[in-house]
Write a protein that binds this ligand. Structure first.
Ligand code: GLN
Length: 198
C-alpha cells in the first residue's frame, strides 16, 4: 500500500513518519506521474496560496483534481483549504469538497493554539489538536459529515465520502489515530495487523 504525500511545500515529512509508523509506504508527490503509483493522497499543512501556485507551475492542479475524483484524499490545514470548493477568494484550489472555508479564521492574536478535541469517530481519549493559523469550515453541503467542532461551534474536521479534511495538524503529534482512520475507514485500505494497535 503506497500513500502519496503532496511535497510541494509544508509539513510533508511529518506525515511520512506517521504513515511509516502504521506500516504504510509514503511516496512524495511533486509531479503528475507520481500520482499513478499511489492508493491515496495526503495534502499537508503549509501555505495554501504557495501550494496552489506551485501546483499550477508543475501542471499538477488538474491531475490532482482528477485523482481526487477517483481516490481518497485527506487535507490538513492548508490541505483542507485546497480541497474546498469555496473559500471566498480567488486562488488555485483542487476544489472538490462541498464546503465553504474561512482562512486564518482565528485571527492574528490567536495565531496558534492547542486543544483536546472530542472526535467521536476516533473514540476516547480526546485528540490533541494543534492549530496554526488555521482555517475553519463555515458551511457544509449535503453529504459532508462533521467529525469535530471546537467549543465555540467552529467545524474543524469533516468527511465527504472518500475525502477527509482537518483544520489542525495531526502530523505534529505522535497520535496516529487520524492517520489510521484515514487509511482504514476513509480509504478502506487494509493495515498490517501490527499497525492496528499503534
Ligand atoms: N493559513 C494557512 C493558509 O491559509 C494555513 C496554515 C497551515 O496550514 N498551518 O493556507
Amino acid at each position: 500500500m503506497k500513500i502519496g504525500v503532496l511535497a510541494l511545500q509544508g509539513a510533508f515529512v511529518e506525515h511520512e513518519k506517521l504513515l511509516h509508523s502504521l506500516g504504510a509506504r509514503a511516496v512524495e508527490v511533486r509531479l503528475p506521474p507520481h500520482l499513478d503509483a499511489i492508493d491515496a493522497l495526503i495534502i499537508p499543512g503549509g501555505e495554501s496560496t504557495t501550494i496552489g501556485k506551485l501546483a499550477v507551475a508543475f501542471n499538477l492542479l488538474e491531475p490532482l483534481r482528477a485523482f481526487a475524483v477517483q481516490k481518497p484524499v485527506w487535507g490538513t490545514c492548508a490541505g483542507m483549504i485546497m480541497l474546498a470548493k469555496d473559500i471566498g477568494r480567488d486562488q488555485p484550489l483542487i476544489g472538490v469538497m462541498d464546503m465553504t472555508i474561512e482562512r486564518n479564521a482565528f485571527g492574528r492574536q490567536v495565531d496558534s493554539f492547542e486543544v483536546e478535541l472530542d472526535v467521536p469517530v476516533l473514540g476516547p481519549p480526546p485528540f490533541h489538536a494543534v492549530f496554526i493559523r488555521a482555517p475553519r469550515v463555515t458551511r457544509v453541503g449535503e453529504g459532508v459529515e462533521v467529525l469535530a467542532r471546537l467549543d465555540d461551534g467552529s467545524i474543524v474536521a469533516v468527511r465527504q465520502g472518500h475525502w477527509l479534511a482537518t483544520a489542525f495538524h495531526p502530523e505534529l503529534t505522535s497520535d496516529a489515530r487520524f492517520h489510521r482512520y484515514f487509511l482504514r475507514e476513509v480509504a478502506g485500505l487494509p493495515l498490517r495487523q501490527a499497525a492496528e494497535h499503534v
